[in-house]
Design a protein around this ligand. Structure first.
Ligand code: ADP
Ligand code: TRP
Length: 319
């Protein structure tokens, strides 16, 4: 089984990215041949600062490794180290119906949030389809918001196969069963574009400050509290045992404790949960060449696979 996923280096990684995408991807590395990449071509649709793009890309690699990506099991590489993916994207674009892309909610959402309405942003799902199809991927672990993109990938592969014969493999999305959408500080989806994130590797003071700023209602200290009214319980459940989460729910139902105390408990759990990963991150930072070596090895592996698939595609379409 070949597993593929990507993440954009368009900002600092937050716990929504961790639970929604990174953790499931890391768990899957033991189950098959995993390929994980940093989607720097995609990030060009929103980030036009070359220095920031380069730095973020390295940082995502570092953070992914710190969170448990094992380069002996999974290849980690930069999307742009496999430039053939843009060639496949072009070929896919020649069969992609306009109407299919016009239905994508991510384009509309991003333009509504102020991203430039470029052709690249519009055809973003085609490049993503190429990312997946160029490695004959079987399984694509992503957060729920990316499911539509994996479905488009299947549609495009079916179209190519109808026209040119059976040349592309159909992938399956893998949405981690326990992780729905991780809520942000304000209860909306946690997202860097909403400014409501808790970053995985934030400094202690900053992480505490973020947790303490979780939006709550004005229920008095002594009154019972609705666990669904704030994101506290949901976030706590991600970083504690089921028994601890049940105890917190019971405490909410009982009343007598203020939101501030619950937030402190949540901070403590979060800080401890990511502790081993923070330590691993320091170890990696102490080895200056480590990240480059991992990325180079990953790129070599990815190129070998992509080369075979592209030769097949070029042959089939008549190039
Ligand atoms: P952001 O919304 O912060 O820009 P991205 O769109 O770059 O995050 O998402 C990167 C990956 O992390 C995707 O696979 C996405 O599904 C996952 N992800 C992002 N935010 C969340 C969230 N709040 N809950 C679950 N998964 C998420
Ligand atoms: N679009 C994904 C995101 O924003 C990143 C991505 C690009 C991706 N190509 C991919 C994810 C291929 C999975 C497979 O999070």
């Amino acid at each position: 089984m070949r597993i593929l996923s990507g993440i954009q280096p368009s900002g600092v990684l937050h716990i929504g990215n961790y639970f929604g995408m990174m953790r499931p991807a890391i768990a899957l590395q033991a189950e098959g041949e995993a390929l994980y990449f940093i989607a720097n071509y995609h990030a060009l649709t929103s980030l036009r600062d070359p220095l920031a793009l380069r730095e973020n890309s390295r940082r995502v690699a570092l953070d992914f490794l710190a969170c448990g990506l094992d380069p002996a099991k999974a290849a980690l590489f930069l999307q742009s180290d496999v430039p053939q993916v843009t060639e496949l994207a072009w070929i896919l674009s020649t069969v992609a119906p306009m109407g299919l892309l016009e239905r994508m909610h991510s384009y509309k959402d991003k333009v509504a949030r102020g991203l430039p309405a470029s052709v690249g942003l519009f055809s973003y799902p085609i490049l993503m389809a190429a990312d997946i199809l160029i490695y004959d991927s079987d399984v694509v672990p992503v957060g729920r918001d990316q499911k539509q993109h994996v479905e488009v990938t299947r549609d495009l592969a079916i179209k190519i196969n109808e026209v040119y014969g059976d040349i592309l493999k159909l992938p399956e999305p893998r949405i981690h069963a326990q992780t729905q959408t991780v809520p942000g500080l304000d209860g909306q989806k946690m997202s860097k574009s909403y400014g409501n994130t808790i970053d995985i590797f934030a400094e202690e003071k900053e992480m505490r400050k973020r947790v303490m700023s979780i939006v709550t209602d004005s229920t008095p200290v002594e009154a019972p509290k609705d666990p669904a009214a704030t994101p506290i319980v949901e976030l706590y459940s991600l970083v504690s045992t089921p028994e601890e989460a049940a105890a917190l729910r019971a405490a909410f139902a009982q009343g007598g404790t203020g939101y501030g105390d619950y937030k402190k408990q949540l901070f403590g759990k979060l800080w401890d949960f990511f502790g081993p990963m923070r330590r691993r991150r320091e170890e990696i930072l102490a080895q200056p060449d480590y990240i480059d070596e991992v990325l180079a090895k990953g790129a070599a592996k990815a190129n070998a696979i992509a080369g075979v698939v592209m030769a097949r595609v070029r042959g089939a379409v008549g190039l």
